[in-house]
Unconditional design. Structure first.
Length: 93
């Protein structure tokens, strides 16, 4: 069966999550973060497998649905992640 995955898993509030689909593309995914609870559609273009999505600050859950019905829905909690270290600090190492 076709599946949907997310990177990172679980997604981090206020960051970007990559949603990947292992079925035929193009594919349209409906993504709902709560709050606010409004679904938004994202299309993975033909020949690609992933799309990036901004996770709202304050979101606590994410639900991803394959609008074709070929993949099971993906439901994940959204977590608070530590701030990423500045690029300047990484270069010092």
């Amino acid at each position: 069966m076709t599946s949907i995955t997310c990177i990172p898993d679980p997604p981090c509030a206020g960051r970007i999550v990559k949603l990947c689909y292992d079925g035929a593309t193009p594919a349209t995914l409906s993504v709902t973060f709560t709050p606010p609870g409004t679904a938004k559609s994202y299309t993975i273009p033909a020949g690609q497998t992933c799309v990036t999505v901004n996770v709202p600050t304050g979101a606590i859950t994410m639900i991803v649905e394959d609008l074709s019905g070929k993949a099971e829905d993906l439901a994940r909690p959204v977590v608070e992640c530590a701030p990423s270290e500045p690029a300047k600090e990484r270069r010092k190492r």
